[in-house]
Design a protein around this ligand. Sequence first.
Ligand SMILES: [Zn+2]
Ligand SMILES: [Zn+2]
Length: 167
Amino acid sequence: MIKINVAQIKKRLVGEKSLVFELTPAELEISPQEMAIDGTVQLTGSISNAGDVLLLQAVMEAKVQRTCGRCLKEFLGVTKAEIVEKFYPASAENIENDAFVYDSDVIDITEPLREGLLLAEPMQALCKPDCRGLCTVCGADLNDGDCGCDRLTVDPRLAALKQFIKN
Ligand SMILES: [Zn+2]
Ligand SMILES: [Zn+2]
């Protein structure tokens, strides 16, 4: 959990507090199943007084263990997330249901950071932009060189059938 005391910021009209953190996945409440973060997450940003709301702005960077969507190899990628989120005083009127609120001098910024980082992770990752993937016929990693299979004329479904018959 990441909590910030905003008492000083609230007092001044243009109050601002800069944030520089090195956060563990546990502090961000991110499990290895949700995101395989390698090491810690770097964060720089600020919390500022924007009149009736507090504005959280942050950039986060994490090394993440990913699996290539084409060749299934594991590799280390970098996920960068930019977070801009408003915190409303709990007493404010007409705030949206999913808005972040605070009711004391301490605000919990865990949820927006957690969500922001998880959303920044691509659904499908590639180990390199031109990854050649696996041979649809024999399953060999084509990045290691061509296996010699005839993939152009063979329908992958037919190939599977052929493999099945051969076995
Ligand atoms: Zn790959
Ligand atoms: Zn092959």
